[in-house]
Design a protein around this ligand. Structure first.
Ligand code: GDP
Ligand code: ADP
Length: 195
């Protein structure tokens, strides 16, 4: 039989940029005490971002080295920057015990689903186009980046139907409450299956 740890769950928060994935995910993650696994990125940290908390911010040279070593589950270029998740980080967190969460665009969510199958639960977070635009403007995101993100909006929205769950995010407390309840059900069921 498979190792007990192989039954830990992988919650992936996905959806369009600006929908609130990070805000919601970190709040739910803190409430439930689940570990975040972060990607490696070659972009520069934005004001307020912390290395090792938002991303592992690394040089293109180091990124290339990891890539050449076959470390990345998938690797994408977004707005001229590289992003990737190292399989060994996921394996390590799962091995330590407990479920994990990640924040990814739909492409990344799909890659995880294909790699880890049934253990992956995708939570699709969404808001209307104008709202996600306003949020990104308010957050001080570069206007060119906002434009490329909005060009991806419809494509991202189409991924909703593939996800295990979808939540609109307007009232933040409400969204966090709903998702926390949903994940608690998964965690409880997972515990019971082990008894
Ligand atoms: N496919 C994929 N997407 C990622 C990965 N890491 C982050 N992303 C997504 O790529 C986009 C990165 O854009 P960025 O402007 O840095 O956004 P932010 O980090 O969400 O503020 C976001 O939609 C992220 O959720 C990854 O490893 N793989
Ligand atoms: N329900 C909400 N109402 C108002 N603002 C929100 C809400 N959820 C998130 N935000 C804000 O919107 C911005 C984008 O949220 P973020 O979590 O970074 O989105 P994403 O990870 O999807 O790009 C942030 O400034 C965040 O504080």
């Amino acid at each position: 039989m498979s190792d007990e740890k192989e039954r830990e769950l992988i919650f992936v928060f996905t959806g369009p940029d600006g929908s609130g994935r990070k805000t919601v995910a970190d709040s739910v993650g803190a409430t439930l005490g689940i570990t975040k696994v972060i990607s490696y990125a070659t972009r520069k940290p934005r004001s307020g971002e912390v290395n090792g908390q938002d991303y592992h911010f690394i040089t293109p040279e180091l990124y290339e080295q990891f890539d050449a070593d076959g470390d990345f589950i998938e690797s994408v270029t977004i707005n001229g920057n590289l992003y990737g998740l190292r399989g060994k980080d996921i394996a390590y967190s799962l091995k330590k015990g407990g479920s994990i969460y990640l924040i990814l665009n739909p492409e990344g969510a799909q890659a995880l689903k294909e790699t880890y199958g049934d253990r992956v639960v995708r939570l699709f977070i969404y808001a209307d186009r104008r709202t996600v635009q306003e949020r990104q403007v308010e957050a001080g995101i570069d206007p060119d980046v906002i434009k490329t993100n909005l060009d991806q909006y419809e494509t991202a929205i189409r991924y909703q139907s593939t996800c295990e769950h979808a939540f609109e995010n307007y009232d933040l407390a409400h969204t966090v409450f709903d998702i926390t309840n949903t994940l608690e059900t998964y965690l409880q069921r997972n515990l019971e299956e082990r008894d």
